[in-house]
Design a protein around this ligand. Structure first.
Ligand SMILES: [Zn+2]
Length: 105
């Protein structure tokens, strides 16, 4: 089942395309490594927040929905590292059926 990459909500309808990136968080001996690819599935709630470039609200929403127990500023930092720098743009989930190269507009 596909879930929202931001808040784990089931069956997200939207997809945002960013750039592949890696986020690494080291706390003591524990390390969290997150490799993201270009495609970020997003539910309706996250889609609206992304559309408004509301990075803080998005991070707060993610933190409250995920069971990682990470405080929202950490999620915010993660989004700032792996999602926002890729200048994310929306594309329809239906485009996933074909494996086209990204179009340059
Ligand atoms: Zn979501």
């Amino acid at each position: 089942m596909v879930i929202c990459d931001f808040c784990n909500a089931p069956d997200p309808k939207h997809c945002w395309v960013s750039k592949p990136a890696q986020f690494k968080l080291q706390v003591g001996k524990q390390a969290l490594v997150l490799n993201s690819d270009e495609h970020w599935a997003a539910c309706d709630t996250c889609h609206v927040l992304i559309s408004n470039f509301d990075a803080i609200a998005l991070a707060q929403h993610s933190a409250s929905m995920l069971d990682t127990k990470l405080p929202w500023p950490v999620i915010y930092m993660m989004h700032q590292t792996v999602f926002w720098p890729g200048k994310p743009h929306w594309h329809s989930g239906s485009e996933h059926s074909q494996d086209d190269e990204p179009q340059v507009h």
